[in-house]
Design a protein around this ligand. Structure first.
Ligand code: GTR
Length: 386
């Protein structure tokens, strides 16, 4: 990560709140016809589809929905994993299109002794595979599987490289082999779109696993994975809840603020993440017909949990919180009242209450067992109230 930061240091960046330019956010409720949406019906039929298209065209690219073949098999299992607390399943998911197959490996632990299907947390893993060890020879706060199992949830993860290697020269060697036309289109999907696509293929699997309650899946991602978790949950309403941890620029943070990482910085360092059309907004945020509060809004009325870390100004904590606050307007259409305070809460003071939850943890850019403890609390509150 530090070498990445070094390369982006070449691009001027602002960490001073006083230097945030004045900006006008696109109105999440104002349709292209200029009509302001005031009810769920108009939101779902008019404004929401418009916003989804704006994100596809300008940011994340298209999300192909069809494929020729879908198969899965349990490659390995252990019914007495974690000293008997969990049933491990390693699942190989193969999706074929145009005679090309992509293979996504799922690591899944289900609490043992369950009497009915359980809710699950699914992580889009953008860090080392050792964070999601099926043998538990390595334990990691990034994916504290034991903690999640103890709370009564199944816990699952797949690695982003299975869907699209996280590198500018090789991201094509995954899902994009199935959809080569995407590579030529200005609004074609790239790596982040491919990771989100893969999350939906895991959801397809959950719908076929009788141990899992597929109506209660919490999609979780950190940083670049948190950008993908938002986009996947916006696209695929089967995800019941979304966690976007330290997702920053083109995740939950507002781009118009140009605080910390900018669109130019992200597109320069990671040219393989977003659609080519997004590069039109390099150093040109004011031309954006959208901002990230509209991405969060696409997930309404389902709960979203967003976080920051106090030492991670690159991800713009204030701009992230403001984005969540703006999304309250759409949750309001569903008569869902958010408990968020007016301005960014103090460090280590989590606002855990669906539909919009937030905390800023003391420390660096990371996802830790402290963060997971809050996500679990939020899921408990939401699922137990239904
Ligand atoms: C950074 C990048 C961020 C974030 C982060 C990560 O270097 O600039 O947008 O995605 O990497 O994924 O850890």
């Amino acid at each position: 990560m530090y070498s990445i930061l070094l390369s982006t240091e070449l691009i001027a960046q602002n960490y001073d709140e006083a230097k945030v330019p004045s900006y006008i956010l696109p109105d999440v409720l104002k349709a292209q016809s200029e009509k302001v949406v005031t009810n769920v019906k108009d939101w779902e039929n008019i404004r929401r589809p418009e916003i989804l298209t704006l994100f596809e065209e300008n940011v994340y690219g298209q999300m192909p929905k069809t494929f020729d073949k879908y198969e899965f098999k349990i490659k390995n299992e252990n019914k007495h994993s974690m000293n008997g607390k969990a049933h491990l399943k390693e699942v190989e998911i193969a999706v074929t299109n145009h005679n090309q197959t992509v293979m996504i490996h799922l690591v899944l632990f289900v609490p043992t002794g369950i009497k009915k299907p359980v809710p699950a947390f699914l992580l889009i893993n953008n860090r080392g595979k050792n964070n999601t060890s099926p043998t538990r020879d390595t334990l990691s706060g990034f994916w504290p599987a034991e903690q999640v199992i103890d709370a009564g949830y199944a816990v699952a993860a797949f690695h982003v490289n299975d869907a699209a290697p996280d590198h500018k020269d090789s991201y094509q060697n995954g899902v994009l082999r199935l959809y080569p036309e995407q590579l030529k289109a200005g609004n074609g999907m790239k790596a982040i779109g491919a990771w989100a696509w893969a999350a939906s293929r895991i959801m397809d699997y959950f719908e076929n696993d009788k141990d899992i309650d597929a109506s209660k899946i919490v999609l979780t991602g950190h940083s670049r994975g948190g950008k993908a978790s938002l986009w996947a949950a916006a696209q695929d309403s089967r995800f019941a809840m979304c966690v976007s941890n330290c997702s920053g620029n083109t995740g939950a943070a507002l781009s118009h603020r140009r605080f910390g990482e900018t669109i130019q910085a992200i597109n320069t360092t990671f040219p393989h993440w977003f659609a080519d059309n997004y590069k039109k907004f390099n150093d040109n945020e004011s031309a954006l017909p959208l901002d990230q509060h509209m991405l969060v809004s696409l997930i309404a009325p389902r709960p979203v949990y967003v976080t920051n870390a106090s030492e991670d100004l690159w991800a713009d904590p204030v701009g992230t919180f403001l984005s969540l606050k703006e999304a309250e307007r759409v949750y309001g259409l569903y008569k869902l009242k958010s408990a968020l305070p007016e301005s960014i809460p103090a460090i280590n003071m989590p606002f855990v209450k669906p539909p919009l939850a937030y905390h800023i943890r003391e420390g660096v850019h990371d996802m830790t067992s402290y963060d997971w403890a809050q996500f679990i609390k939020n899921a408990d509150l939401y699922f137990k109230s239904r």
